[in-house]
Design a protein around this ligand. Structure first.
Ligand SMILES: [Zn+2]
Length: 255
């Protein structure tokens, strides 16, 4: 049996756990700004003890300490292990299911979308600094993915351009109409830019299915959280859209 069949997904999963640790911190620090991202040392949120290397090994430290701070015993919460596990699954699954250039692209796209989803959960925003480069990357891959990387994109450059414009206009139009009708914000323009990115990567023809899948996933997540659904219930649409986007990309590349 070819060793790379196991080694590549394993490496993708291990790298994912480390990237997930970074994404979890990035999302938590978004409300204060990313300026002290590189300087601030990791501390226990309860006793403020400075954490050392053995406390910060992705997933393993959390398991070894049974989810409690080594110094004060406070529960560490599920945020870090969940985000680390999600990033590990993205890396492992991409390299298990896809051949080489596609696996790399699916992994990086998945981690990027995980960052957007977690930031939306923590801070209720999808930063332009992350959504707009994703739109550009989708257009670049549609134009030069094949000659430069040997990657056959799921859509043509025309399909990607129409997808980006259509995705943005569809959600921006709904947001505008909602504001006029109800007098308050329904959807953020960050959601519109994320759907523009999905359109650029997957093509205009897949947009209706992505929106439908995201709406169903969003409702499913709300039911799982046992939220009472009323017209004014606020749901972060970003995480559901990010998941539908990544699933749509993997399925489009597989087919
Ligand atoms: Zn502590």
């Amino acid at each position: 049996m070819d060793g790379t069949v196991i080694l590549a997904p394993l490496a993708g999963g291990l790298a994912g756990a480390c990237v997930g640790s970074f994404i979890a911190t990035l999302a938590l620090r978004t409300p204060e700004g990313w300026a002290d991202m590189w300087t601030g040392r990791s501390r226990c949120r309860a006793c403020h003890a400075t954490l050392c290397v053995v406390d910060l090994v992705p997933l393993l430290s959390w398991l070894a300490l049974r989810g409690r701070c080594r110094y004060c015993g406070a529960a560490l919460g599920l945020w870090y292990p969940c985000v680390e596990l999600a990033a590990a699954v993205i890396g492992g699954l991409s390299f298990a299911a896809l051949p080489s250039p596609e696996a790399w692209i699916a992994t990086v796209l998945g981690w990027w979308l995980l960052a957007l989803a977690t930031i939306d959960l923590v801070a209720w925003l999808l930063p332009d600094a992350l959504t707009l480069p994703l739109v550009g990357a989708g257009l670049l891959l549609a134009a030069w993915g094949e000659p430069l990387l040997g990657f056959v994109p799921p859509t043509s450059l025309a399909g990607a351009a129409m997808g980006a414009a259509g995705g943005y206009l569809a959600l921006a139009g709904i947001a505008f109409a909602y504001r006029r009708l109800r007098g308050r914000e329904g959807l953020g323009l960050g959601d519109a830019k994320l759907l523009a990115a999905a359109g650029a990567w997957l093509g205009a023809e897949r947009l209706p299915l992505i929106v439908l899948a995201a709406a169903l996933l969003g409702l499913g997540l709300a039911v799982l959280q046992r939220r009472e659904l009323r017209a004014e219930t606020a749901l972060p649409f970003g995480p559901a859209l990010a998941l539908a986007f990544w699933g749509g990309f993997v399925l489009a590349v597989l087919s």
